[in-house]
Design a protein around this ligand. Structure first.
Ligand SMILES: NC(=O)c1ccc[n+]([C@@H]2O[C@H](COP(=O)([O-])OP(=O)(O)OC[C@H]3O[C@@H](n4cnc5c(N)ncnc54)[C@H](OP(=O)(O)O)[C@@H]3O)[C@@H](O)[C@H]2O)c1
Length: 304
């Protein structure tokens, strides 16, 4: 589809979260193949270095750098933001891709900032990072991709911190719907207030061979050969294919709520295409409230 062609992103500075493995690694590889300079912010330097080595196996002259980032810790997010702002180089491509789903772990985990772990990693950490990077994103008139999930269509918003009832799936789906609403509001605010960002939403479908998909591969009942695991394997994508909707989101001119997904069966795999935003993400009032919810959490968290 041409989004990873040599020179496509020549001279652009990119930042991809969750680029140490899976779909994010392939997004970073495609951007590097397109001659972007790619920043890989990671929570584990050795995994970041391994990701750079992997990218250089297929793109020997890739321009890459690893930085430290733990999205589940606002102080870490603020430290990265401060460092990058001090350096002053604009960011022109930005992918909010990192995510977790702790299937098989029935315990609710809370971050150092007091939020449920999925909510902060998948959503609030990205909202915080965006706020920290905003001067650089505006200076770069950044193309922004917000990585959601099929689960964003079904997440509940009434108990995002999962204080009343916890399951990893519930926490994950809620965090992805929250990220989607917030992403739609980011697009709307940028257009209304002239921030100059090109914000599109996307999801990768199902990529059964990534770190996050352990739960898809090993359901408690049925294991690797269980019906759901087999269906995922048959209909799912490789990480490189699953990276394509995000690459299309970056390459496409934004409209408010433009959404890029795999075009095949149930949106699990296939060539990327644009589709209507999930109904669960269309409510402009809910999107504004989600933005305000994040602002309140960040004002408390980043000040603390
Ligand atoms: N695979 C699928 O079937 C599927 C389906 C729907 C949506 N998605 C979405 O696609 C995105 C990529 O997932 P994936 O499938 O590529 O899974 P993955 O291989 O597990 O990648 C997740 C990435 O997020 C990073 N990450 C996790 N917690 C972090 C934190 N606190 N701070 C910074 N980085 C953190 C991980 O870093 P480490 O290397 O340190 O763990 C890793 O690089 C996620 O947003 C996920 O929700 C995936």
């Amino acid at each position: 589809m041409g989004t990873g062609m040599t020179g496509r992103w020549s001279g652009r500075r990119a930042l991809v979260t969750g680029a140490s493995s899976g779909v994010g690694l392939e997004i970073a590889r495609a951007l590097a193949a397109g001659s972007a300079h790619v920043i890989l912010p990671v929570r584990d330097r050795s995994r970041g270095d391994a990701a750079m080595r992997s990218i250089r196996e297929s793109v020997p002259d890739a321009s890459l750098e690893v930085r430290d980032l733990d999205l589940a810790d606002f102080a870490s997010v603020a430290a990265l933001g401060k460092r990058l702002r001090a350096e002053g180089a604009p960011i022109e491509l930005y992918v909010m891709n990192a995510g977790i789903i702790l299937l098989g772990d029935g315990e609710r985990h809370v971050t150092v900032d007091g939020h449920e772990l999925h909510l902060q990693t998948n959503f609030l950490g990205h909202a915080a990072l965006t706020r920290e990077l905003m001067p650089l994103l505006c200076a770069g008139r950044a193309r922004v991709a917000v990585q959601l999930s099929l689960a964003a269509a079904r997440g509940r918003l009434d108990d995002l911190e999962c204080k009343r009832r916890y399951s990893a799936w519930r926490a994950y789906a809620g965090s992805k719907r929250a990220l989607g609403l917030w992403g739609a509001e980011l697009a709307r605010r940028s257009a209304a207030e002239g921030w100059g960002l090109n914000v599109n939403l996307c999801h990768p479908g199902v990529a059964p061979d990534t770190g996050i998909a352990v739960g898809v591969r090993r359901r408690p009942k049925g294991g690797e050969t269980g019906g759901r695991a087999q269906l995922a394997r048959r209909l799912g994508s490789t990480p490189a294919q699953a990276a394509e909707p995000a690459l299309m989101a970056l390459a496409s001119d934004a409209g408010i709520g433009k959404f890029y997904v795999p075009g095949g069966t149930f949106g699990m795999s296939g060539a990327p295409r644009e589709r209507a935003l999930f109904r669960a993400l269309r409510d402009a009032d809910a999107a504004r409230r989600m933005w305000e919810f994040a602002e309140m959490a960040l004002t408390r968290g980043l000040a603390g």
